[in-house]
Design a protein around this ligand. Structure first.
Ligand code: TRP
Length: 333
């Protein structure tokens, strides 16, 4: 039997290169090896966006098209929308009964987001319970592996604690899942901070070639190299070089480092070359996306089919959960 892998993504709009290298390439690899469930976490999107709830479904189709275009394959992985499987809500409720408040209040993501998203009122019950819903998503499918970015590690850790508590209180129903980190956990954006839509420093998968060229040309290179005739140190000081490492063939990368250090290669030419490499890398993805947009994939049908498969598993799990919960099994603390 193949091991299970599960991951989700909030539908927050267009995906960028950080999603592509940090998450989707990992999913693509895992779908060959594991029985995978990948889902759209639309209820999670609501925890921070409940005032503009209509935006959530609008983003789903676009996001799933991006998934398909980069090679997530509905023949290999089960793709579905969280809110199509009502069992997640039931399991979330039951897990909320056994999750101590203190575990949620000390969650670093919670503390951080409450500080950073000052313009949004997220002192809600639902937002505090975000990781409880995430735990329900994960253990519903008895997942063994959860591929996520580093920012999600505290949530997976909480999932492990909640799972152990359920297994201890009632019965050993669930395996305790492990997080799986991607090889490129954080891709720096145009300004050197983590690539993130809210920082306005992203290159989107669906940007046009010209948008990509323009964005890359604005990237800061080695600030201690004001003139081409000054020697540079790309590995230490150049923001654009983070992208070179991903998109340049290894041989060329070596030459670039040498020529930059020898003050032979100018930054403008170097970024132009980078732009073309990024465009070339994305071309096959754009081609597929255009094909799929024209109807080669019926996204709605893919998600409906996925929901059918996911629901079957979820119903099975919930039967076990209810059985464990209501059976007499007194634990003395
Ligand atoms: N919290 C995740 C994020 O923001 C999305 C998510 C929801 C998730 N449920 C999950 C990820 C279950 C992995 C497993 O990226």
């Amino acid at each position: 039997m193949k091991k299970r892998c599960l991951s989700g993504m909030r539908p927050s709009g267009k995906l960028h290169l950080g999603h592509l290298h940090g998450v989707l390439e990992n999913w693509k690899r895992l779908q060959e090896e594991y029985e995978c469930f990948f889902f759209v976490a639309d209820w999670h999107a609501l925890t921070t966006n409940y005032k503009r709830s209509w935006e959530v479904p609008e983003n789903i189709n676009d996001m799933v098209l991006d998934w398909l275009a980069v090679g997530i394959d509905p023949e290999k992985a089960t793709l579905f929308i969280q809110s199509d499987i009502k069992e997640h809500a039931e399991l979330h409720l039951l897990l909320s009964m056994i999750t101590p408040l203190s575990w949620l209040e000390r969650n670093p993501t919670y503390k951080e987001q409450k500080q950073q998203l000052k313009d949004k009122d997220i002192s809600t019950y639902g937002f505090l319970g975000y990781p409880v819903l995430q735990a329900a998503d994960i253990i519903m499918y008895k997942a063994n592996k959860v591929p996520v970015g580093v920012d999600q590690l505290p949530h997976v850790e909480l999932t492990r604690e909640i799972t152990r508590r359920f297994n201890y209180l009632y019965r050993e129903v669930f395996p305790v899942p492990d997080a799986l980190l991607a090889e490129t956990p954080k891709l720096p954006g145009l300004d050197g901070r983590k690539m993130s839509k809210s920082y306005g420093n992203s290159i989107f998968i669906s940007d046009s070639p010209d948008e990509i060229r323009k964005k890359i040309m604005t990237m800061v290179t080695d600030i201690e190299r004001p003139r081409k005739s000054d020697p540079g140190d790309p590995e230490k000081r150049c923001i654009a070089f983070n992208l070179h490492k991903l998109y340049m063939p290894e041989e060329r990368l070596k030459e670039i480092v040498e020529d930059c250090k020898a003050a032979k290669l100018g930054c403008v030419a170097c970024k132009r070359e980078l732009s073309e490499a990024v465009v070339k890398f994305l071309e096959p993805i754009w081609e597929k996306r255009a094909e799929y947009e024209k109807g080669a994939y019926d996204v709605k049908a893919v998600l409906k089919e996925g929901a059918k498969r996911a629901r079957k598993e979820a119903q099975k799990t919930m039967e076990e959960v209810r059985d464990a919960l209501w059976s007499q099994n007194v634990k003395s603390d």
